[in-house]
Design a binder for this molecule. Structure first.
Ligand code: NAD
Length: 272
């Protein structure tokens, strides 16, 4: 499993399981299958309502805690300094963990005007050693610049919508300049649509890989962290089987050419 070194030296697996839209029981099963298949990183959030199921699977796995990398996120209505500290405690209780690997602000929610004070709370959790790395999600260049102007700790990652149809070239360039790792949500473009493009099947045929594996490999070669979601055991295994081949520069360029600059998910400027 490849790992990426974050800006504070912490190593994060480059591929993990996303557990959005899973119940506690579904998440418990999916995380169990994922860990058996070699995954060591799990991406959940307070909003997903499955931190307890994730925690159960992690404990039952028997894998030493230091080999696992767990991310969760605070929800928009938990923004604010003291609210964020409380939200963290509640997530940790549900997960059954003492230390978290990565804690993210889920959305900037700019109309609430609280993401800077929320960030200060994350900086405190980090300084207190309760979380190994802190970051953000769904921030753009504008909200990141505002945050960086007031931050003591630079976010380790920004988790954003990113897939071949919405490749976020400008934001990736900004992250690279500032030492922020780009983490891709909906890395498969949520499955339908993107994965049906014939060109991905054509490229995959050359390597004996599926369209999903081609797309995940494209992310890996760009240097993104990816967190594909699946509850289906065969797909969970398929999605991590992407470290034994490399796309040629021509195939990377073909996939880069699919960018339509169109989001599947909501615009962060209006969420929250
Ligand atoms: P995704 O791009 O990972 O697509 C998942 C869907 O693709 C599955 O439900 C399934 O239908 C299909 N799929 C998965 N593996 C496949 C395979 N091998 N072959 C064919 N189809 C396959 O979409 P996602 O769930 O939106 O995103 C992944 C994760 O990102 C989430 O679970 C969550 O952890 C995170 N996320 C974060 C935010 C955020 O605001 N920070 C928003 C959305 C998602």
């Amino acid at each position: 499993m490849n790992a990426i070194t974050l800006n504070n030296g912490v190593r994060m697996p480059q591929l993990g399981l996303g557990v959005w839209r899973m119940t506690d029981d579904e998440a418990e099963k999916a995380v169990t299958t994922a860990i058996e298949s070699g995954y060591r990183s799990i991406d959940t959030a307070t909003l997903y309502g499955n931190e307890e199921g994730v925690g159960r699977a992690l404990r039952a796995s028997g894998v030493p805690r230091e080999e696992l990398f767990v991310t969760t996120k605070l929800w928009n209505d938990q923004q604010g300094h003291d609210e964020a500290l409380r939200a963290f405690d509640e997530s940790m209780r549900r997960l059954g963990l003492e230390t978290l690997d990565l804690y993210l602000i889920h959305w900037p929610a700019p109309r609430r005007g609280k993401y800077v004070e929320t960030w200060k709370a994350l900086e405190k959790l980090y300084a207190d050693g309760r979380v190994r790395a802190i970051g953000v999600s769904n921030f753009g260049v504008d909200t990141l610049e505002r945050l960086l102007a007031e931050a003591t700790v630079t976010p380790a990652v920004n988790q954003v919508e990113l897939h071949p149809l919405f490749a976020q070239r400008e934001l990736r360039g900004f992250h690279a300049e500032r030492g922020i790792v780009t983490e891709a949500w909906s890395p498969l473009g949520q499955g339908k649509g993107l994965l049906d493009l014939p060109v991905l099947a054509e490229i995959g045929a050359k390597y004996g890989k599926t369209p999903a594996q081609v797309v995940l490999r494209w992310h890996i070669q760009l240097g993104n962290v990816v967190i594909p979601k699946s509850v289906t055991p065969s797909r969970i295994r398929e999605n991590i089987d992407v470290f034994d081949f490399a796309l040629s520069p021509e195939d990377m360029a073909t996939i880069n050419g699919l960018d339509e600059g169109r989001r599947l998910g909501p615009d962060p400027a209006v969420v929250g």
